[in-house]
Design a protein around this ligand. Structure first.
Ligand SMILES: C[S@@+](CC[C@H](N)C(=O)[O-])C[C@H]1O[C@@H](n2cnc3c(N)ncnc32)[C@H](O)[C@@H]1O
Length: 190
C-alpha cells in the first residue's frame, strides 16, 4: 500500500522520527503496559519501531509494503522480526502477544471493514489480558493536502469504542490530543 511521495518523504524524515519519539509515542502509550512480546502493525519507515525495540525485548513488525519491509529488515532486522503481511491476516499464532500496537497507519487502510479485520486479528493474537493500543491522525486541511492521491480513511472517534467492543475488547479508552487533535486508543483482551 504505497504512500505518495510527499508522504514518504515526511514519514522517513528524522523530524518525523523525533516527533514520534518525543511527543506521539509518550502520549499514545501513557499508562499502557506493553509487556515483553509485542506486534507493531504498519511500521512504515520505523519511526515507532526504533523506539519500541529499546523498550521491549521481543518486537515483531508487520508491514504490507514489500519495499518498506526490505528497508526495515536492513535497518532493524537484527533487533526485530519484520514480516511482510497484511495486518488483517497476521501470520502469527493465537493468544501469544502481550500487546499489539499501531500508529498513524489505520487511516491508510482503505475501508472500515478492513480496519475491523485488523482489530479482530489484534484480538486473536493477544494473550488474555493483553493490550491493543495506538494512535491515528484526524483530518484537517494540511492532512487532507498530504493525502492527495493517497488513502485517507480516518477513524471516527465516536464509533471506535463500539467497533473495538464488537471485536471482543473490553476496557476501551479513547481520547483526542488537546493540540494536534490526534486520536489515541487502548483496549484489553479479557
Ligand atoms: C503513514 S505510514 C505510518 C508508518 C509508521 N507507523 C509511522 O508512524 O511512522 C502507514 C504504514 O502502514 C502500512 N500499512 C497500510 N496498511 C497496512 C496493513 N493492512 N497491514 C500492514 N501495514 C499496513 C503502510 O504500508 C505504511 O508503511
Amino acid at each position: 500500500m504505497p504512500m505518495n511521495r510527499a508522504h514518504r518523504r515526511l514519514c522517513s524524515s528524522e523530524k518525523w522520527a523525533a516527533g514520534v519519539r518525543d511527543r506521539l509515542l509518550p502520549w499514545a502509550l501513557d499508562g499502557v503496559e506493553l509487556g515483553e512480546d509485542i506486534v507493531e502493525i504498519g511500521p512504515g519507515y520505523g519511526a515507532n519501531l526504533r523506539v519500541l525495540i529499546e523498550q521491549v525485548p521481543n518486537v515483531t513488525a508487520v508491514e504490507i509494503d514489500a519495499g518498506t519491509v526490505d528497508l526495515l529488515r536492513a535497518k532493524w532486522g537484527d533487533r526485530a522480526r519484520v514480516l511482510h503481511a497484511d495486518g488483517a491476516q497476521l501470520p502469527l499464532p493465537d493468544e501469544t502477544y502481550s500487546a499489539v500496537v499501531c500508529f498513524t497507519m489505520l487511516h491508510h487502510v482503505p475501508t472500515a471493514e478492513h480496519q475491523d479485520r485488523i482489530f479482530a486479528e489484534a484480538f486473536r493474537v493477544l494473550r488474555p489480558g493483553g493490550t491493543f493500543a495506538g494512535a491515528d491522525s484526524q483530518p484537517n486541511f494540511r492532512f487532507r493536502l498530504l493525502h492527495i492521491g493517497d488513502t485517507m480513511n480516518t477513524l471516527d472517534p465516536a464509533k471506535l469504542p463500539a467497533r473495538l467492543s464488537r471485536a471482543g475488547f473490553t476496557d476501551v479508552s479513547t481520547s483526542l490530543h488537546p493540540e494536534s487533535g490526534g486520536l489515541r486508543f487502548s483496549a484489553r483482551r479479557p
